[in-house]
Design a protein around this ligand. Structure first.
Ligand code: AMP
Ligand code: MG
Length: 408
């Protein structure tokens, strides 16, 4: 039996970052760019806002005309008219004011806005009961962004807020990293296509290919289904060589452990530029995971156990996908705090991912561990998320407050 040199999850992530680089860029329409990663710094071509604007409903004034104004001694200003939304404001003469709605343009000569609540209209005069300082209640041209500023840095993912920001600047096309094309192979003599109606004894439907494809798509990839490879060295090798030139990333499910008939390690070792980059991760479920760089591309060997396969792809397949898509930030997982209802045992020296179901009782949230053999898909489908038990820990006791990493 070969010896494993098992890596920590962090070491695996660092290995991925060190060996794989982003794909090429493509120019796409802003409206279709949600979820994509920006490939070049995006600069502002104009000032935002493009003119001085009021941030309240009120009267645009010269601040100096209001100095000393108080409840008992209002400043009296001539009413000169109204600024219309979307129109250029007229100029303001000293001792007078213009009504300006929120977002309206500030008249030239005005340097502050008195809130409507602090005024009273009396014929052609406006009484201001409070003094304002220069700059009060307005936002200056270019205060949000000045022409030439970096609006969005290279490596950032575009969400609704970024799309809105770019749209406000009139930017309608963005340069983003190409979507990775990901090939998925299932392996194993016992694995048969999902449409097999009647299973012969010993056969198992290929559930991994579909489940993994869903993760790939959620992570911005396009899927090429390679089908099922028999447990045969030549077939494994041929399969990888057939699809690798056409894709950016190849995933094999099954055959990654050190059994007599497990060829993934052997083939990846041979095709890998520097052999295997990863040969086991100190993690449960999913320890027998393999990674190699073949023809410059990542090839990931996942354990066949469905729970392990999905856990590993969620943690490390996603890391590869991010690397290929040029994402340079850190993904902070969505978590909720919950009280553990049962003890969770764990072995020292490895990171355990324990599936839990969330239950709410009144205001309190409880995490119920779902124990089960790692091959059982049912335990995955029942889970709302996972509790991570760090390697230096022998488990968590019931009653402890834990963070549940939510699975979507
Ligand atoms: P392996 O990693 O090939 O030793 O497989 C481990 C377990 O996962 C075995 O019980 C397999 O039958 C099961 N398995 C492997 N590949 C798949 C698959 N594509 N779909 C569902 N189960 C699988
Ligand atoms: Mg197998």
């Amino acid at each position: 039996m070969r010896l494993y040199s098992v890596m920590t999850p962090r070491e695996v992530q660092n290995t991925i970052k060190a060996h794989f680089t982003p794909l090429e860029l493509e120019l796409i329409e802003l409206g279709a760019s949600g979820g994509r990663v920006v490939g070049k710094n995006i600069l502002a071509f104009e000032d935002v806002p493009g003119f001085d604007r009021s941030i309240v409903d009120g009267y645009a004034v010269r601040a100096a005309d209001t100095f000393g104004a108080a409840e008992t001694l209002p400043a009296m200003l001539d009413f000169s008219g109204e600024v219309k939304m979307g129109e250029k404001a007229p100029s303001l003469a000293g001792g007078s004011c213009f009504y300006v709605p929120t977002g309206g343009m500030l008249p030239q000569g005005a340097d502050a806005v008195v809130m409507i609540e602090d005024t009273e209209m009396m014929g052609d005069l406006v009484n201001c009961f409070r003094q304002v300082a220069p700059g009060q209640n307005l936002i200056r041209r270019g205060e949000d962004l000045t022409q030439g500023d970096v609006v969005i840095e290279k490596g950032r993912r575009l969400r609704a807020a970024e799309l809105g920001l770019l749209a406000s600047l009139g930017i309608t096309e963005v340069s983003v990293y190409r979507n990775p094309l990901v090939a998925i192979y299932s392996t194993g003599d016992e694995i048969v296509p999902v449409h097999t109606a009647n299973l012969a004894p010993g056969q198992i439907r290929d559930s991994n290919a579909l489940a993994l494809a869903e993760l790939v798509r959620r992570q911005g990839g396009k899927v090429v289904q390679g089908g099922i490879l028999r447990d045969d060295y030549a077939e494994f090798r041929q399969g990888i060589e057939d699809l690798l030139p056409n894709v950016d990333f190849l995933v094999l499910s099954g055959g990654s452990s050190v059994g007599k008939r497990d060829f993934t390690a052997k083939v990846m070792q041979e095709l890998g530029e520097t052999g295997l980059l990863v040969e086991g991760i100190a993690i449960q479920p999913g320890k027998p995971t393999l990674l190699a760089k073949c023809k410059g591309k990542p090839v990931l060997g996942l354990p066949g156990h469905p729970v392990s396969a999905l856990n590993i792809f969620s943690l490390f397949g996603s890391c590869i996908m991010e690397q290929l898509q040029g994402f340079s930030g850190e993904n902070f997982p969505a978590t909720v705090k919950a009280k553990l209802v049962r003890n969770i045992p764990s072995r020292q020296g490895r990171t355990d991912y324990v599936r839990v179901k969330l239950k709410r009782t009144g205001e309190e949230l409880f995490a119920v561990p779902i124990f089960g053999r790692s091959g059982l898909l049912r335990t995955l489908a029942d889970a709302d998320g996972v509790v991570l038990i760090p390697p230096g820990n022998e488990g968590f006791l019931a009653g402890r407050d834990v963070e549940v990493i939510l699975w979507d």
